[in-house]
Design a protein around this ligand. Structure first.
Ligand SMILES: [Zn+2]
Length: 63
């Protein structure tokens, strides 16, 4: 079922995002925009802890 495939793809993307967030936590770049290094707003991270971009740089792979 294509619906199931979409779910698996979503889970794989989420796992990849979590791995990225953990790597960023480890190297101290968590909360920093991957594009410009600006600090990501706290309310943004509270809404989506896996976010990796500031307001000026839309999240890759979304929208
Ligand atoms: Zn940025």
């Amino acid at each position: 079922m294509s619906n199931e495939n979409q779910s698996v793809a979503h889970i794989e993307k989420t796992l990849d995002d979590v791995a990225t967030a953990m790597r960023r936590l480890a190297d101290g770049t968590y909360r920093r925009c991957v594009s410009c290094g600006a600090e990501i707003a706290r309310d943004v991270l509270e809404a989506n802890p896996l976010y990796t971009s500031c307001a000026a740089h839309p999240q890759m792979g979304e929208a």
